[in-house]
Write a protein that binds this ligand. Structure first.
Ligand code: NAD
Length: 243
């Protein structure tokens, strides 16, 4: 069984969905977990339900705020072993309907937000020359998807943040990997009609949508010593779905 006793972990966007399930999965095996949310009361409530040590406020689009929070967590707990850059948004739009603010919001949250988090994590982990980072890519970023050009582009970028950062940080003992979930039943996909959900489940070889816990367990594996020689990978958690 994976044991993360004594490890300090940070999960962004941890108030619900995959982030919340990941915070819980890490805390369950002994990690001291700090999760973040954009709203203070929701972050605190989520921390209590996940068994996390703290729930802090963070908007990942704010580079300074990310740097300050990550530094603060590492200082308070003496180190930072695990960072899961999970915060992200998905807004669908056909090519002809894409507006500039959709591009700005998606890229500043998914790409810049992930980048700020990885950068700050690397700085905090560098001192101890050990650490593990996981970022949230997507099956859509690997294959593309009609009506999701902006989101797909952002998630392809996220996958390449993991691949590139892994190359830079390996000699510092820091591993960086991505998970690429398929269609997971969370608030992010709650806009899908029952018909669309059934269609996605039908296209998935394992015959169902994923759960937040399906993804959390794989993230827990990647950040643990079980994956000590795994870095720069983009691991599908998609039930075999190929778009
Ligand atoms: P969700 O909408 O349930 O949760 C997303 C979390 O990110 C929320 O807590 C939200 O508050 C937070 N967030 C959004 N913008 C933020 C910002 N600027 N600063 C800080 N936090 C912010 O979605 P989810 O399904 O749990 O998705 C989690 C991650 O997994 C996302 O990066 C998403 O793109 C990715 N993903 C999800 C699916 C899926 O099918 N659900 C598939 C592939 C990838």
């Amino acid at each position: 069984m994976t044991d993360l006793s004594g490890r300090v972990a940070l999960v962004t966007g941890g108030t619900r969905g995959i982030g919340l399930a990941t915070a819980r999965a890490l805390a369950e095996v002994g990690a001291t977990v700090v999760l973040t949310g954009r709203d203070e009361s929701r972050a605190k409530e989520a921390a209590a339900t996940a068994g996390a040590a703290a729930g802090l406020v963070l908007d990942v689009t704010d580079a300074k705020a990310v740097a300050t929070l990550v530094r603060g967590v590492a200082k308070e707990h003496g180190k930072l072993d695990i960072v899961v850059a999970n915060a992200g948004i998905m807004v669908d739009a056909l090519l002809g309907m894409i507006k500039e603010d959709l591009v700005d919001t998606t890229l500043s949250t998914n790409v810049a937000g992930t980048l700020h988090t990885v950068q700050a994590a690397a700085r905090a982990m560098m001192r101890k020359k050990t650490g593990s980072i996981v970022v949230l890519a997507s099956v859509v970023g690997e294959y593309g998807s009609a009506g999701q050009t902006v989101y797909a582009a952002s998630k392809a970028a996220v996958a390449n943040i993991a691949r590139s950062a892994a190359k830079e940080l390996g000699r510092s003992g820091i591993r960086v990997n991505a998970v690429a979930p398929g269609v997971i039943d969370t608030d992010l996909t709650s806009g899908l009609s029952e018909e669309a959900k059934a269609e996605n489940a039908g296209r998935t070889p394992l015959g169902r949508l994923g759960t937040a816990e399906d993804v959390a367990k794989v993230i827990r594996f990647l950040v643990s010593d079980e994956a000590s020689f795994v870095t720069g990978q983009v691991l599908g958690v998609d039930g075999g779905l190929v778009l």
